[in-house]
Each structure stands twice: as structure tokens, then as C-alpha cells.
Design a protein. Structure first.
Length: 80
């Protein structure tokens, strides 16, 4: 149990670093919470994506959609 907690803490730090990189690039996910990361699927939850889209123009939304589909797995690649 203690080992699992340590591993989760380490992954959580890595998630925070990757979220910082994401927010510096194309978008800022204002409603991001730690629980929005699905560690097994390595994606952001739909509510978080919808929140980000609602704060952008139609053109930015289209760019975000394309960018997210291409890069989501690269950014949230937690286990290699």
C-alpha cells in the first residue's frame, strides 16, 4: 500500500508538469482537476474538453479539436 501511494504521488507530479506544458501551449484548461485525468486511457475527461471549447471562438475550437486528437496521447504519456 505504501509503495502504491509513492508511485501515485510521483505520477501526480508528472501530470502537473505535463499540464503546465499544455497550458503554456494552445489552451488553458480552467476546470482541470486531478480526477479529470484517466490514467489508464491517458486522456482528459469530456467535461474538461467542453469547458475549454466554450471559452474559445469557433475557429479556435476547431484547431483545439484537431490538436487534441493528434497530441493528447503524446502529452499525457505517463508510462513508457
Amino acid at each position: 500500500m505504501e509503495t502504491e501511494f509513492f508511485v501515485n504521488f510521483t505520477e501526480d507530479d508528472r501530470i502537473k508538469q505535463k499540464i503546465a506544458l499544455l497550458s503554456q501551449s494552445l489552451i488553458t484548461l480552467r476546470h482541470f482537476r486531478r480526477n479529470h485525468i484517466l490514467l489508464l486511457n491517458r486522456i482528459i475527461c469530456d467535461d474538461c474538453i467542453d469547458s475549454a471549447r466554450s471559452n474559445k471562438s469557433a475557429k479556435s475550437e476547431l484547431l483545439f479539436s484537431k490538436w487534441y486528437k493528434i497530441n493528447a496521447n503524446k502529452i499525457f504519456n505517463l508510462r513508457k
